[in-house]
Design a protein around this ligand. Sequence first.
Ligand code: AMP
Length: 278
Amino acid sequence: MKICRTKKSLSALSDAWHQAGETVAIVPTMGYLHEGHLSLVRLAKKKARRVAVSVFVNPTQFGPNEDFERYPRDERHDFALLRAEGVDAVFAPAPEDMYAEDATVSLVESKLSKVLCGAFRPTHFAGVLTVVLKLFNVSRADVAVFGQKDAQQLAVIRRMVRDLDVPVEIVGAPLVREKDGLALSSRNTYLSAAERRRALSLHKALDAAEADYRAGKTDPAAATARIAKALAKSCDSVDYAEAVDADTLEPVKKLGPNTLLAVAAYVGKTRLIDNHLL
Ligand code: AMP
């Protein structure tokens, strides 16, 4: 596994692969890898001959009072996991290499990124889109894999690729959970044992709403009210519980296929997100 610390080295590697007629996939991550990330890597290996994984805690997608400084990091462990998966290259640049000190251009999406998490994290998706476009450009990837865990991120990235004709195929990967249903997340490491038990309520509330839907209940207001009520009991605060179209992120009039039930809530100081795609 090649370890690329500079944009130049990753681009050179990808160029060589392409010259040899090989396709390239990129899996962008912020590290502290878990089975969710590794499922993306395995899917990427099916989609392209070569797989590069980026491990970069991107400062520009964190708000001023968010957890950039304390975001968990363990590069050695991450690299060992990626090596064991047979990844071809890991891209782990220093922030100074990633961004020019006086960078003045960033990418703003003006609709999908304003709702759900975007309403609470107003600069987050500009940071995400900018770094993701940079990763596409640097890696020259043919394919990029993103998790359904961050369903809004996936929708916003698909929109960017569509609207800017970015020559990359976006592949969405299913959300991976612990045995008890908790969505895997690097941020779960913040949770105490008691908080972790309360965190399970996100999945449980979504599960109950999905069961109602399967039993024929299709009113989105009733579904989201039920979810919000359950979360209010076990979480410390609820940012949102919504039923939206998974592509447009617009509220749905009726629950149906491609409806995304999405939640964000705090357990202690940890902000958690989860979703079920109906
Ligand atoms: P992150 O390191 O949190 O930025 O996540 C990197 C990529 O892994 C994103 O595309 C996430 O959606 C994806 N991911 C994170 N957690 C999960 C999970 N539990 N299941 C599937 N994909 C995930």
